[in-house]
Design a protein around this ligand. Sequence first.
Ligand code: PHE
Length: 326
Amino acid sequence: LQEEASQIIVEAPHLEALREAKVKYLGKKGEITGVLRGMGSLSAEERPVIGALANEVRATLSTLIDETEAKLEQAALESKLANENIDVTLPGKSIPLGSLHPINAIIDQMEDIFIGMGFHIAEGPEVETDYLNFEMLNLPKNHPARDMQDSFYISPETLLRTHTSSVQVRTMIDKKGEVPVRIICPGKVYRRDDDDATHSHQFTQIEGLVVDSGVSMGELHGVLLHFIKKLFGEDTEVRLRPSYFPFTEPSVEVDIFHPEKGWIEILGAGMVHPNVLEQAGYSAEKYTGFAFGIGVERIAILKYNIDDIRHFYQNDLRFTKQFKSV
Ligand code: PHE
């Protein structure tokens, strides 16, 4: 029996055959097990002899099975390695690399410039309350200047924010009258507008707010000049025009000179209206502030000579890929 079994085990062509042999001889119903089970029917003299013999055979076969198993496994591994040889000379698959959307890329650049001037970044929700988007900014219900920002209302009291000024209000409320406030608020905003090459019902803003004691129009001018020159180059000509916003007084609009297009407006700004400060919990006696709002698409259109604002939203890869290095 031992000889027959040994031969079958050693010659097992693969692991499966070896497993079968193991069951055949050593399994619960196997032949050796059968001998050991049948010991009860043997005479008292035979029992120890046969018992010892059967145990010895079992031990021998079991060692043999283990050794063969190790050999077969090794052989299987070697053949697998041989077959899976990688041909390093084959050309690789190229994985297309994405890039930042030009709007995000330019937001990054603008954020860097303002962070360099000590600003922090603040964000808020795109669905906003009428209270934070308008009322807290000196724009009570029925104020005619609400028409400047034709809005998408979701309910009588909620709307898609028309500017990120609501984030400035949120920040002031959170800070409970503490200074300094020095933030920029990047994000998407929405206004009812018929889409064409220069208008879009959805666009991106970066608004800024500074509140502290002794903040002046001169500082506002300096911050904006620095920002514009960093972004468009040191020689850029800048002009401030008086303007009107309900939440700032005095208010200005800022133009830059474009060699082909002439003077182009890029942002609105002004000294924070005392009503806005007081409503948000800041003493207008002690503190002053300035705010500005920049249209990001406008900036990108000027900086990269883009002819249609709709390119930013159509997700045509031929357009977006041109900004890989930006
Ligand atoms: N919130 C204004 C707008 O979206 C921009 C602005 C911000 C103007 C701050 C002045 C001061 O049109």
